[in-house]
Ligand binder design. Sequence first.
Ligand SMILES: C[S@@+](CC[C@H](N)C(=O)[O-])C[C@H]1O[C@@H](n2cnc3c(N)ncnc32)[C@H](O)[C@@H]1O
Length: 315
Amino acid sequence: MEKQRAGRNRTMTLSDTEKEELRKDLSFLSEKSAVDGAVDKTFNQDLFEVLEYLPKHFVDLLIIDPPYNLSKNFAGNKFKKTDDVAYIEYVRSWLPKVMELLKPNGSVYICCDWKCTSAIYQVLSECAVVVNRITWQREKGRGAKTNWKNAMEDIWFGVADENDYYFDVEAVKQKRRVVAPYKEDGKPKDWEETDEGKFRLTYPSNFWDDISIPYWSMPENTDHPTQKPEKLIAKLILASCPVDGIVFDPFLGSGTTSVVAKKLGRHYCGVEISEEYALLAAKRLRKAETDTNIQGYNDGVFWERNTLNQQKKKK
Ligand SMILES: C[S@@+](CC[C@H](N)C(=O)[O-])C[C@H]1O[C@@H](n2cnc3c(N)ncnc32)[C@H](O)[C@@H]1O
């Protein structure tokens, strides 16, 4: 039965008619493919199957948001929580093969929570040079009576070659309000007095507290249970994939990586086993043809949280 939603709820849904139309946008691989056959495609099939057919060394950036070591129902495909050793073996069953898709100067980001972070680090360090770990304070999380609420995630950053990889720090600077506006010779030092207030463009750190998970009033929101925010994926893509480069996501879910790649002028390739989610990705990709807005990223800069009024003034 169709869920009842509040009037201002902007969660994207799919009607049966839309599903039929959007199925045309989904792809399936059953033989070896050249780069042309893989780019700007959404493969609705099992990753392990697709990996047999994709070309090697064709992507600039891998963004990986795998099932965490938690029991979760992904539209009928249930992932079952297991012990740490078995989860490491699960990651080892796909990560080295996914790494083979990366160009020699490519980069990889892998999302995880506190529980599976050591498994991800261990396997990633076997097949890439780990150069950082980003901590994302996602704020929302289920409260617990006998434990601390889980409100953060890790994103491991690895590269194939630590002496040769793309990183555009200018593209991901953050616009922050200046708390103590220091002046030298009566002029602002490293900050700007604008109509929106006093702001400074700062170097981005590996602690991210300016991004919330998608929620019901955001147009990017879908019913996918673990959807990543577009703003978070935008930072990864802008920093680590050149314009016109290719981003691959082996666990595409509702399509966030491909959608953001498209909005930012990069190419994409994604794999999702569930038809329900692959169709949501297809719908979002069609929408991205005319709507390239990424909430929280305006005018080429990432604004800190709670600055929507200033961002509007700027427009
Ligand atoms: C954590 S979610 C990714 C969410 C995604 N980042 C988003 O923003 O919507 C993991 C996804 O991997 C998919 N998945 C799990 N095993 C898979 C497999 N073997 N092949 C392809 N997709 C798989 C699940 O259906 C789920 O949608």
